[in-house]
Design a protein around this ligand. Structure first.
Ligand code: NAD
Length: 256
């Protein structure tokens, strides 16, 4: 039987790249995201790699929708083996102007949804004595930058949660790890370049050069393929002892 992976936010950016790679490796994929062409994306990837696919647009702001997403995945595929908590949003603003609603939504989607999804997947994973939970945190789970109070808080929280899940999952062959990318050129970052330009009063080119890549020793965006390589490794049957760890794919940012 092919294993099943659910990747939240997999109809865009990093999540989509991960879904394509897992499909290439023969996993069934539960696609998820708010993009209106999600079903179309899922069908295309499924047909290309001859794997079973599903699609959900569950709103991660709602815990009951998240619980339903996990239940629906298990009902569709007969199991859930790999959960990638990937979906995330960003908002950039000086603290004094940061809208409370934006703060609360970032905490809800980037952090609380990781808890609700993992909790709902926990008993099925325990019962099958296999689970691989991969949390897409960020270099901002390890380091701070100005104007990102909500995002940095949520991503640090995810790293703490990753460690607890690793400890509690160990007796049941459930591993939990975080991947912490530096900047990856996705729709989320394209939006951020615009916001940062406003916050820093710079041009968009200056933001890339002087704000984004300035902290990375390797002056290049992180390729999505590198994140996919890491996720595939973490999902393997043989990766039982890789757990509770955060993998920085950040061009040397956190080495400083
Ligand atoms: P993206 O904007 O391309 O994709 C985000 C996905 O999350 C989309 O599919 C979107 O529909 C989904 N989503 C957002 N809000 C949702 C909600 N309320 N309910 C359901 N789905 C929702 O972003 P990306 O750059 O691919 O980011 C993916 C993850 O990687 C995020 O957690 C992000 O914080 C993290 N990350 C990104 C970068 C980067 O530079 N792009 C760097 C480090 C970490």
């Amino acid at each position: 039987m092919n294993k099943t992976v659910l990747i939240t936010g997999s109809t865009s950016g990093i999540g989509l790249a991960l879904a394509k790679r897992f499909a290439k490796k023969g996993y069934n994929i539960m696609f998820h995201g708010l993009e209106s062409n999600g079903q179309e994306i899922a069908d295309k990837v499924g047909a290309k790699h001859k794997v079973k696919v599903g699609f959900s647009n569950a709103n991660l702001l709602k815990s009951d929708a998240i619980e339903y997403l996990i239940a629906e995945t298990i009902a569709t595929f007969g199991g859930l083996h790999v959960l990638v908590n990937n979906a995330g949003i960003q908002f950039v603003s000086p603290l004094e102007d940061f809208p409370n609603e934006k703060y609360e939504n970032i905490i809800a989607i980037n952090m609380n949804a990781v808890f609700y999804a993992s909790k709902a997947a926990w008993i099925p994973m325990k019962t099958q004595q296999f689970g691989r939970i991969i949390n897409i945190s960020s270099v901002h789970g390890l380091r701070a930058s100005e104007f990102k109070s909500a995002y940095v808080t949520a991503k640090h929280g995810v790293i703490g949660m990753t460690k607890v899940m690793a400890l509690e999952g160990a007796p049941y062959n459930i591993t939990c790890n975080a991947i912490c990318p530096g900047y990856v050129k996705t729709p989320l970052v394209e939006g951020q370049i615009k916001d940062q330009a406003k916050a820093h009063r710079m041009t968009e080119d200056e933001v890339v050069e002087k704000v984004m890549l300035v902290k990375q020793a390797v002056k290049a965006f992180v390729p999505v393929k590198a994140i996919a390589d890491m996720a595939i490794l973490l999902a393997k049957d043989t990766s039982t002892t890789i757990t509770g760890t955060s993998f920085a794919l950040d061009g040397g940012w956190s080495a400083q």
